[in-house]
Design a protein around this ligand. Sequence first.
Ligand code: G16
Length: 547
Amino acid sequence: MATEPSIKVIIRESTPFEGQKPGTSGLRKKVKVFQQPHYLENFVQSIFDTQEGFEGQTLVLGGDGRFYNREAVQVILKMAAANGFGRVMVGRGGILSTPAASCVIRKYGAFGGIILSASHNPGGPDEDFGIKYNTAAGGPAPEKVTEAIHARTRQITSYRILDCPDVDLDQIGETALGGMVVQVIDPVEDYAELMESLFDFDAIRTLFHDGFRICFDAMHAVTGPYACEILEKRLGAVPGSVINGKPLPDFGQGHPDPNLVHAHDLVAVMNGPAAPDMGAASDGDGDRNMILGRNFYVTPSDSLAVLAANAHLAPGYAEGLKGIARSMPTSQAPDRVAEALGIPCWETPTGWKFFGNLLDAGKATLCGEESFGTGSDHVREKDGLWAVLMWLNVVAARGEAIDEIVRGHWRQYGRNYYSRHDYEGLDTEAAEGVMEHLRNLALKGRRIGSFEVAFNDDFSYTDPVDGAVSKKQGIRVVFTDGSRIVYRLSGTGTAGATLRIYMERYEPDPEKHDQDNQDALAELIAIAKDLAEISRRTGRDTPTVIT
Ligand code: G16
């Protein structure tokens, strides 16, 4: 290990910045905001100030490689050393996908981790950056921690940092930084090993060997190296199965959000004449996934339900599931599987952090969200490649095509038609006005078109493990037949407000399972717009993104 002469700790004076409040998943702002002197440092010091007992302990650090990732890693290394951490494990090049960071935190018993990412938001000098803190369990800090960090940012007067040159992030190995060790690790190795322990790699290898083809779109984001190693090298998918596999600081000027709009390269391939058998994409930091069959889109809610029903086919889940958890706006398709399996299905607010306690307490094994997130208790983050491997394992075990598996699932459980309409970049006041208006509606018992309202409320969640209460988590309008409309403001945007409207309708009759989601939901979509007075209040007539 290289040695360093003793290096000076500097205590720099600083003053609070407005708005350093973590949202659904950490603090996300424009790069230019983070580049202001002391901005990143204040937030990092606030994380450290609100934690106890990290002296001499290990911190895991890495990010999705977006613009400003490397600079931020250097700052955090120097601050971690100045604050007394014993070791920082950092991915080579400052890279770690979100699930890989969670895996490393857990495997090496780290005190916690800092992940640099704005997830699916675009990257580049004029785009977004983000930072989030994960605890020793490997998952996003719960609300009481993020609230404490925010409170600290409002009082901060100084931060601690070393005055020293940058660390070489590109060589695997250890370097001394003051009294701390910086350990540069292979970002893929530990994660790939974990995946091998969960899935039947031999069966998936045989599947590929027998001609099954996949197209995985890494969207020039962090999963490129992970997907190349696992899918192409270890599992034998033909070279070129991974597209857009080189991580770029601006994601090739794309929007690294794996949905039908932004993963357009993949969608074109999957709807083309020589489409492979399966398509998949992941996002900026590798925690989201989208699954496609030939000319066939699997909604994230259906994906969770299908994986739950088939999880026993993967060796890591052969003993069955303890429970399923889904976020409130996610469709109720997984609930039907849970019922059939005789296990609980938990309904949490949006945000992966709400799954942590359920997983830690052994109350749930699989979790998922409509926002293209699926995962299990193998880590404490959602996990894009995990979902792809789980699907591959299920396909290999069942010997059926993706669309056949989903259609069969609908025949057995019924189909939950589902769609989310996003109105992005709204004026914040107008968006809050919509929510306030909806909150004040008394709809119970009212007939609207062919539906009757069973109840409407603003979702509130009491954590079954620690009793923490989270209020105002989305407005629900629930109809007597189980259909729902849900309204939320996104907690991950960085410009204006994004209103999300989620619509769901259950269809038990297999004869009626072949409609397009938008057609099947047309009446609910119209009702949702009317109830919220979208056009009058926001000046918008159509959503910007439909998933
Ligand atoms: C984050 C959270 C997810 C959440 C998603 C969307 O994902 O971890 O739990 O569903 O944001 O949140 P919102 O609807 O508030 O924008 P990611 O992939 O962005 O970290």
